[in-house]
Design a protein around this ligand. Structure first.
Ligand code: ZN
Length: 283
């Protein structure tokens, strides 16, 4: 059952769990993620990046969204546009049936980020779609967006508060030490900074990007300090590749066989994350 992110946040904000936001590259990821949501009775967010939009096209994605809506039955799920920087993509996503979007203006100077985010919020909220904004600069590689280590900017507390008040975003992605695309769990979160932001914005759902690189215990701590959406992409790609490789190495050529193994692996990974985030049985 498709819902908007604010519905999920309303429940999560005053509770002790976070919602997993899992990226998809194709139908198989979507199937795996929805199966995990149903099995654990967990609300969750399915994320589509701009690169995946380019890869699949909005026509096909709009069918996938319809499929996800039916296939998820009574489990509330969101389909969210991840890291978008282009108005055409955002409007295209809303037309295709997305129920949440992220506008990433973090590459712009503060005032311009505020200005452009506010513009997107105005358009998006007019049709009832919540917006996630980003303040600070998260490191690593997110498909076509690269941020080198010396370009990473931790979110400042004062800017986070001003950004939230001026833009009207629903949720806020913060840069607190994680990086996109990490295949090892050695990211170090600046908990002090996170705690300061959370104490100034206690009712605002904060979003953690690059969570594949975060040790599980640290994820639990981050949830205590206001992280309500946890983005996971790299871990799922690794799980899909591992499953497919295992079957292909055995000499199989039937896509249904190796894709099903990939789906099983991704589903297991999503279930592990749901367990860590504490979102099972929250429907
Ligand atoms: Zn991200």
């Amino acid at each position: 059952m498709l819902v908007t992110t604010d519905i999920l946040f309303k429940e999560a904000v005053n509770s002790d769990y976070a919602i997993g936001a899992f990226n998809i590259s194709n139908r198989e990821f979507l199937v795996a993620i929805v199966l995990a949501a149903k099995e654990s009775n967990s609300p969750l967010i399915i994320q589509v990046s701009e690169s995946t939009v380019k890869f699949l096209g909005f026509d096909y994605i709009s069918h996938l969204i319809g499929y996800a809506d039916k296939f998820s039955e009574n489990i509330p799920i969101v389909v969210h546009l991840d890291h978008s920087r282009r108005l055409e993509t955002i409007v295209g996503a809303i037309r295709a049936g997305f129920t949440s979007i992220m506008y990433d203006g973090s590459h712009l100077p503060f005032e311009e980020n505020v200005e452009s985010t506010r513009e997107i919020v105005k358009i998006s909220k007019a049709v009832g779609i919540p917006v996630e904004g980003e303040i600070g600069k998260i490191g690593g590689v997110e498909e076509h967006i690269k941020v080198k280590e010396d370009e990473v900017i931790y979110t400042s507390v004062e800017e986070a508060v001003r950004f939230y008040e001026l833009t009207g975003v629903t949720s806020l992605a913060v840069a607190i030490g994680t990086a996109h695309g990490m295949q090892k769990k050695n990211a170090r979160i600046n908990f002090q900074r996170l705690e300061e932001i959370h104490s100034k914005l206690p009712d605002v759902p904060l979003v953690l990007h690059g969570s594949s690189g975060v040790p599980k215990e640290d994820l639990k701590t981050a949830i205590r300090f206001g992280i309500k959406k946890v983005n996971i992409a790299t871990e799922l790609k690794m799980a899909m590749a591992d499953g497919i490789k295992r079957i292909l190495d055995g000499g199989a050529i039937e896509p249904r066989d190796y894709l099903n193994e990939g789906i099983e692996n991704v589903k297991r990974e999503v279930l592990n994350n749901i367990e860590i985030l504490g979102s099972a049985d929250r429907v």
